[in-house]
Ligand binder design. Structure first.
Ligand code: FES
Ligand code: FES
Length: 137
């Protein structure tokens, strides 16, 4: 069987962007996977006036797929509005990474859901929540 990760994924895995935590984050979330017991956390700083993400960091205790996705979606989300960042899908993340192995899709979804949860955390704190439906995609 061929090695499942392409060079872009491996590059993000080895040099993940935006790793760390933001102590005074405006929104944060941690998501764990019952499947593997791994965890990922996302922290955001938000400019209230424009509702844009001014800074974002993540910590992952997951696999290469999870780490590479955290890296790429934090890059994609930085500077975006909350609405734009919420609509980032794992398919887009996978595409930006040149394709993730399908067997690892859920690890990628976990990172994307964690970003959405961090945004939701911000929205809850600021009374912006209009839709409490769980975000599944
Ligand atoms: Fe746990 Fe991928 S194996 S996050
Ligand atoms: Fe844990 Fe993929 S195996 S999220």
């Amino acid at each position: 069987m061929a090695f499942p990760y392409n060079d872009i994924v491996l590059e993000h895995f080895k040099n993940p962007r935006n790793v760390g935590r933001i102590e005074d984050a405006d929104g944060k979330a941690s998501e764990g996977s019952p499947a593997c017991g791994d965890m990922v956390s996302v922290y955001i700083k938000v400019d209230e006036a424009t509702e844009k993400i001014t800074d974002i960091k993540f910590e992952s205790y997951g696999c290469a797929s999870n780490i590479a996705t955290g890296s790429i979606i934090t890059e994609m989300a930085k500077g975006k509005t909350l609405e734009e960042a919420k609509s980032i899908t794992w398919q887009e993340a996978s595409q930006a990474l040149g394709g993730l192995p399908s067997i690892k899709a859920h690890c990628s979804v976990l990172a994307v859901e964690c970003l959405r949860s961090a945004i939701l955390n911000y929205e809850e704190k600021h009374g912006l929540v209009t839709n409490l439906e769980p975000t599944t995609e």
